[in-house]
Design a protein around this ligand. Structure first.
Ligand code: SF4
Length: 470
């Protein structure tokens, strides 16, 4: 199982750990490989890419499963294969090379740029299918494996199906919850036992791949079930789920974990839940949290409504009050800039409102440019453009000076993410060219524009959008 990012990121991925567990449970001797922390050094020393367990070169394995979390990790996939001495392009591999099967969070949206590098993909929730497909890859002739993948829900064979992605798979209820068998000391979430408290989301935010329509909404795991799986030695428990704070038993579950003397974390928090259920903020603080993190997702109330994001200013102000009440260091609010129909007045509203929040408690804004994703109603909306996003970040920075901390992510890398998020299988060749060019922004730009010369759309003219109830 290859994770095309360094160890600490891979071992913080519940999906990666879970699939590893499922394969081992099916009797497959599965090992792990990660992109080295010091990739250049590994190349210079000609170390190849050995597995974590037995230091066996990755290229000696008959089958490689890859988990891709997000678009920019596509470069890591190419780098890992090249480091391992495996031809990155499927068309350059022979029958003695490993068969490569891809899955992971990116398959919920757009995995097509990975198509030139892999033999098969398993899209979506793979619990019911992954062991059968890997056993077939180990035991059956290549064509029979591809036949099986094509017949399997969520199975995709790029060489046969072109760019026509099938619907993603949905695992049966009995397979839940995903849980991490391994406590990984050097992972991002070290010493933390990860377990799903729920899967999916019942809400409808129009920009989000995890919205209700993707896989039928939210599936709950009971508090008792979660606690039964927590190993005695776990010092910290991480509750995972796109909408974990909507779990009706969350306060009770947190209470029991904290009472057992463990630290606790959650993968995401809705501002309305933190506002309406004060126990959540209280228990997370008791469970080791120092930062209270929520998402507001858009600069103004008007934009939040257009994107069906139910968070209101009243919720966010109450979150700041909870942070003060329970002595958090800071409130962190994630949001996107450059969403359709956004204008300077939305940024000004954000500045005024953030100052209001900061009067209650210190605030840090985590700002990411909006990137439209496949499998969402906003797929056809434009990327605002690097210049527009940078201008808005600048306006925000000047407006907030000294009042709140601003942590923006790069508009340039968001542009790369956007091109990959919208791309087809041909875009994969651009990824390879960008890797060959050293992965600078200029290398990405040249490669992506050569693969798809369509000019970069900039923010469209302002238009009136229907306002849906929050
Ligand atoms: S943004 Fe959050 S609340 Fe909205 S649909 Fe996605 S997971 Fe659900």
């Amino acid at each position: 199982m290859l994770y095309p990012s360094p160890y600490r990121a891979g071992m913080s991925s519940l999906g990666f750990q879970w699939v590893l567990h499922l394969l081992r449970e099916a009797g497959i001797s599965a090992e792990r490989a990660f992109l080295p922390d010091d990739l250049d050094g590994a190349k210079r020393r000609r170390e190849g890419l050995p597995t974590y367990e037995t230091m066996t070169p990755l290229g000696r394995f008959p089958v490689i499963g890859v988990s891709l979390a997000y678009e920019l990790e596509l470069a890591g996939l190419v780098q890992a294969l090249e480091l391992a001495g495996i031809p990155a392009l499927r068309q350059d591999r022979g029958r003695h090379d490993p068969i490569i099967i891809l899955g992971g969070p990116l398959t919920f949206s757009n995995p097509l740029p990975a198509a030139p590098f892999v033999d098969a993909m398993l899209l979506g929730e793979v619990e019911d299918i992954v062991a059968d497909v890997f056993l077939a890859a180990l035991e059956r002739p290549y064509d029979e494996l591809l036949d099986l993948v094509q017949r399997t829900p969520g199975g995709f064979v790029p060489a046969r199906q072109g760019d026509a992605l099938p619907a993603i798979a949905k695992a049966s209820d009995q397979r839940l919850p995903a849980r991490g068998p391994t406590l990984a000391p050097e992972a991002e979430l070290s010493d933390m036992f990860l377990i799903e408290g729920e899967r999916g989301c019942h809400r409808q935010c129009t920009f989000c791949v995890m919205r209700r329509s993707t896989n039928g909404g939210m599936r709950l795991v009971s508090a008792d079930q979660v606690l039964n799986f927590v190993p005695e030695e776990a010092k910290r428990v991480g509750l995972v789920g796109a909408a974990i704070s909507d779990h009706p038993e969350l306060p009770a579950l947190l209470e029991r974990i904290v009472a057992s003397g463990r630290e606790v974390g959650v993968s995401s928090l809705r501002a309305d839940r933190v506002a309406l259920k004060p126990d959540i903020a209280r228990l997370l603080r008791a469970g080791g949290y120092k930062t209270l993190t929520v998402a507001s997702d858009a600069a103004s109330q008007r934009l939040r409504r257009t994107m069906s994001k139910g968070t209101t200013e009243a919720h966010l102000l109450t979150v700041a009050e909870r942070a003060r009440q329970f002595d958090y260091k800071v409130v962190k609010v994630y949001m996107m800039l450059g969403v359709p129909d956004e204008g300077d007045e939305d940024i000004d509203e954000l500045i005024t409102f953030t100052k209001e929040m900061a009067k209650i408690h210190p605030v840090a804004l985590g700002v990411a440019p909006f990137v439209p994703k496949r499998n969402t109603p906003m797929v056809n909306d434009p990327f605002a453009g690097i210049k527009v996003v940078e201008q808005r970040i600048d306006r925000l920075q000047r407006g907030l000076a000294g009042a709140a901390e601003l942590r923006p992510t790069s508009a340039r890398w968001a542009w790369v993410e956007w091109r990959l998020a919208q791309g087809g299988s041909a875009t994969g060749l651009a990824v390879r060219a960008a890797v060959a060019g050293g992965l600078s922004f200029a290398a990405w730009k040249q490669a992506l524009e050569a693969a798809d010369p369509e000019p970069t759309p900039t923010a469209p003219p302002r238009r009136s959008l229907p306002i849906s109830p929050a």
